[in-house]
Design a protein around this ligand. Structure first.
Ligand code: HSE
Length: 298
């Protein structure tokens, strides 16, 4: 038996929802092939697109596969091929795509014993191996698709949210690596009540906007007064790119996950193309290499 899977890149936080909101991109992500073997071992036989360890105790794909197979008393081995479609440390959920894809494939090979929420829990162990914290936003977005809200971490509760049909994501990825762990270490341990009120009001506004396809409400709610002000210092020319996006018609823009990718949301493909063009020309003047693309949410 053999299964080939695609696991999408994801945007976590979506400005106001630190560790609580995520969305899945269409067409950007990793492919992995899982071959069942008659041995008792798990091997990673191929990795393309990134420089990652083959040792299964050092690669989160191996770590997650091993735990799931032990828990299920699996009586087979695995040869795994990993084709990374985007780079680790990009802020687009690279480790999450690997972790979520592994849990999805293992669930198929084991005869589908698990729910998506249970798979999210396994994938969070991969996130812990990658960045030191069991974060669910990227992995649940990759497993559930569309927009997700982590309503609760304990017990884990994921809520799938509607995707307004004209929404497009633009993502600009400066070619610098930010480790999620480092980007978490700069965060404040406490927030003021005033900031908290602004933040949860925006989360409510964003979710209401998703349910009613109220694009302007979505745009007004894409604000982050807690995490972005601290983290944007790690991302060269963040404000210039964000302003370029908003001035060319984007509903809003912010940091994708832990960065350095900067994302913008737009209503309509035409606007998204214009937003991409202006974000691109803004970054071309900086001398820093980058890549940029548009995507639907799915
Ligand atoms: N919510 C996480 C963060 C995303 O911003 O640190 C990375 O998994």
């Amino acid at each position: 038996d053999k299964i080939k899977i695609f696991s999408p890149a994801t945007v976590a936080n979506i400005s106001c929802g630190f560790d609580a909101l995520g969305l899945a991109l269409e067409g950007k992500g990793d492919e992995m092939v899982f071959n069942k073997t008659t041995t008792n071992t798990i091997r990673i036989t191929k990795i393309e697109g990134a420089n990652l360890p083959y040792n299964i105790d050092e690669n989160l794909v191996g770590i997650v596969a091993k735990i799931m197979m032990q828990d299920a008393n699996a009586n087979f081995g695995l040869d795994i091929e990993i084709y990374k479609g985007f780079k680790p440390g990009s802020g687009l959920g690279s480790s999450a795509a690997s972790a979520a894809g592994t849990t999805f494939a293992l669930n198929e090979l084991l005869g589908k014993p698990y729910t998506k929420t249970q798979l999210t829990k396994y994938a969070m162990l991969g996130e812990e191996a990658a960045c030191g914290s069991q974060i669910a936003d990227n992995v649940s977005a990759a497993l559930f698709g569309g927009f997700v809200l982590i309503r609760s971490y304990n017990p884990l509760e994921i809520v799938s949210l509607p995707v307004p049909k004209d929404l497009f994501v633009t993502a600009l990825h400066p070619q610098i690596e930010i480790k999620t762990e480092d980007a978490r270490n700069v965060l404040p341990k406490e927030v003021s009540l005033k900031s908290a009120i602004t933040q949860w009001s925006n989360v409510g506004g964003l979710i209401s906007g998703l349910y009613t396809s109220d694009y302007d409400l979505i745009g007004r709610s894409l604000q982050d007064v807690i995490v972005e002000p601290v983290r944007k210092k790690l991302i060269p020319h963040f404000d210039a790119v964000k302003n370029a996006a908003i001035n060319s018609g984007a509903l809003g823009a912010g940091i994708s996950g832990a960065g350095p990718t900067i994302f913008a949301l737009s209503k309509s493909e035409v606007t998204a193309k214009n937003v991409l063009k202006n974000m691109q020309s803004t970054y071309e003047n900086t001398g820093i290499d980058f890549s940029i693309f548009n995507s639907k949410i799915s």
